[in-house]
Design a protein around this ligand. Structure first.
Ligand code: FAD
Length: 366
């Protein structure tokens, strides 16, 4: 098997395929964990506002249910410590309209059977004492959480290698083409490889790899900037969303503040304006963060497809090719389900009904 791309999708797919007994080769232009993965906030929150699409919700719900077991496998196979916390998210209201909207969301989630609770200001201050005193309460969705995305990805790469996978780094795939007996070939770095199955997991760059006979995969890079601040460990306990940004507090006191959403092509640089805006968003939520040391700025290109859903399934043009791309803003959340779906496709197991919504052919000759 060949996996093209070593972001979170490529590395975790490589790990699972190696677990299933395949001989796996991963081809990556840079090193594992680059691309969108290196900038990701890693929030696992399918029920947050903005995920109105039924398909997105249902994929998110299924993937979230797989997360505990997925992380346990990664930890066991890699021996790495992986940052992972499932203690809920707070969406904070700052005006009466927010309170009304979040109360309606809370009622709708309760009907769906999703554990959640409206926390009034008098109680919220006990949960998150550093959040601005202007808060009018917050919605707690207790099954949500976050993962440290680099730690997940590097653990998956290490676990895959322990199981025999080989990484060919600093080597970019240029072309994927059909071979006899339904195999597929990959041209990369002046050489050519072939395998029973090739998984295309190159995120935003998937559109730059030509697939013989097929349309260009319609994935657009959407830049996201994120800053990392340093606070006291334990100063905040859960992911906190406000009107202009979110905070992800890690156990060591690092606070990730996200994020911008910019359509600027393949530009992975950060901007002064982006950093300033994120710092302001952090301070609006937690005023003491105004003086917190800036310990990092990260940018990544989110791979966006035309309908915001992943492009995941067999190619109808190159029989041995499987697409696993276009995870846009939810790639981390969707990872365990993606891994399961790709593993089933590679080994020709029963077709999962979720694949219908993700079929590459909905976007043309792919
Ligand atoms: C600021 C920000 C915040 C985010 N927050 C969240 C969040 O809270 N929750 C969530 O679920 N998702 C979040 N996301 C989205 C998530 O990070 C992405 O959906 C996910 O990382 C996509 O992973 P990927 O492996 O498909 O792509 P990538 O991580 O982009 O990896 C693709 C890899 O392919 C490599 N590559 C490129 N060209 C080639 C080639 N020709 N040959 C071989 N390899 C190649 C690249 O170098 C890269 O390593 C966020 C993204 C950003 C930018």
């Amino acid at each position: 098997m060949i996996v093209v791309g070593a972001g979170i999708v490529g590395c975790t797919v490589a790990h699972q395929l190696a677990r299933s007994g395949a001989r796996v080769h991963v081809i990556e232009t840079r090193q594992p964990g680059q691309g969108a993965t290196r900038a990701s906030a890693g929030i696992l929150a399918p029920y947050i506002e903005g995920h109105e699409s039924a398909a997105l919700r249902s994929l998110g719900r299924r993937s979230l249910d797989l997360y505990d077991a997925f992380i346990a496998r990664l930890r066991a196979d890699s021996g790495h410590d992986v940052i992972y916390q499932r203690n809920g998210t707070f969406q904070v209201a700052f005006d009466p309209a927010d309170v009304e909207r979040l109360s309606a969301l809370s009622a709708a989630l309760s009907i769906e059977g999703v554990e959640n609770r409206w926390v009034p200001p008098g109680l919220f201050v006990n949960h998150e004492p550093l959040v601005s005193s202007a808060a009018l309460g917050a919605l707690l969705i207790s099954t949500h959480g976050f993962a440290g995305v680099t730690s997940v990805t590097l653990a998956a790469a290490a676990a895959a290698e322990k199981l025999g996978a080989r990484f060919k780094t600093e080597t970019g795939a240029i072309r994927i083409y059909p071979m006899p007996a339904d195999r597929a070939g990959v041209e990369a770095g002046g050489a050519a490889w072939d395998a029973d199955r090739v998984v295309l997991a190159a995120g935003s760059w998937s559109s730059r790899i030509s697939v013989e006979g097929a349309d260009t995969v319609p994935v657009t890079p959407i830049r996201g900037q994120l800053v990392q601040l340093q606070a006291k460990p334990g100063a905040m306990r859960r992911v906190i969303w406000g009107p202009t940004g979110y905070l992800v507090p890690w156990p060591d006191g690092s606070v990730l503040v996200g994020s911008t959403v910019e359509d600027v092509g393949f530009d992975e640089s950060h901007t002064e304006e982006g950093v300033r805006g994120l710092r302001a968003a952090a301070a609006a939520l937690v005023p003491s963060l105004a003086d917190a040391p800036l310990t990092g700025v990260r940018t990544g290109l989110r791979p966006r497809g035309p309908d915001d859903l992943p492009i995941l399934g067999r190619s109808s043009v190159v029989p041995g090719l499987i697409y696993a791309t276009a995870h846009y803003r939810n790639g981390v959340m969707f990872t365990p389900l993606t891994v399961q779906l790709v593993d089933d496709l590679v080994f020709d197991r029963a077709s999962d009904p979720a694949l219908h919504d993700l079929d590459p052919a909905r976007h043309g000759r792919l």
